[in-house]
Design a protein around this ligand. Structure first.
Ligand code: SF4
Length: 234
């Protein structure tokens, strides 16, 4: 499958936040098998774009003009691993001298595995404890593969962080702490907890999910000492 077939819904030409400590261009790929209540990018869920898509040729031109200025390309989504042309795109950007970053929830390990040799860094979304996934993704059996991706990344020696989106109606502080403790037990060293953005959500019925300062402090106090890096974002 060639990179020209990649369905790209958007591009951030220059990002300082999508790949830690690196300047990156970020591509938002279409398509996702899950339907998270708090999804902030519902327009990326369908495999096809509603608007005119960005072509791989346009991306290449952008990157060619920024060699030496940008360090990395981040493939985000949506869920980028479900697009078969992603492998060809990763090879291409690596050959151009860029580091490759990936944002994924890892819904299918078979799709993630072939990509690992071409990845320099991964932001792995962990939605909840494996048994609680469906309450977030609204898809049954979505948790085990996602958690199993941790071991795959460790075996492949790919640098990564785990990140969790925290919505007050979906997770208590104690549930976030439980996720963090289980990640640390599995050898995860960096964990970022991101407060869900409430300005645009797939399911507006769940409300803003307000999280109190006390709840945030509970999480920080419980987890700060067990990670090399713990961030609470938002
Ligand atoms: S938030 Fe959930 S539904 Fe939205 S793109 Fe990410 S994994 Fe898919």
């Amino acid at each position: 499958m060639i990179a020209d077939n990649l369905v790209i819904g958007g591009m951030a030409a220059f990002s300082t936040v999508d790949y830690p400590q690196h300047l990156a261009a970020t591509l938002f790929l279409q398509g996702c098998p899950w339907r998270c209540h708090y999804c902030h990018n519902p327009h990326l869920i369908p495999l096809q774009t509603a608007d005119e898509k960005i072509t791989w040729q346009q991306v290449r031109q952008h990157l060619e003009g920024r060699q030496g200025l940008l360090d990395a390309v981040v493939f985000s989504g949506g869920e980028p691993t479900i697009q078969k042309p992603l492998l060809a795109a990763l090879r291409h950007t690596r050959a151009m001298g860029f580091r490759n970053g990936l944002h994924t929830g890892a819904p299918h390990l078979d799709l993630l595995r072939p990509l690992l040799p071409w990845l320099d860094w991964v932001g792995l979304d962990i939605k909840a404890m494996p048994s609680d996934y469906a309450a977030v993704t609204t898809r049954r059996h979505s948790g085990p593969q996602s958690w199993a991706a941790i071991e795959q990344l460790q075996k492949a020696d790919v640098d990564f962080e785990c990140r969790m989106t925290w919505h007050g109606e979906l997770h208590s502080a104690e549930q976030v702490v439980e996720v963090g403790e289980c990640l640390a037990d599995r050898g995860v060293r960096r964990f970022a907890v991101q407060v869900a953005r409430s300005d645009q959500m797939l399911n507006a019925q769940i409300g803003a999910g307000y999280i109190s300062l006390a709840a945030k402090q509970t999480v920080i106090l419980a987890l700060d000492s067990i990670f090399e890096c713990l961030e609470l974002r938002g």
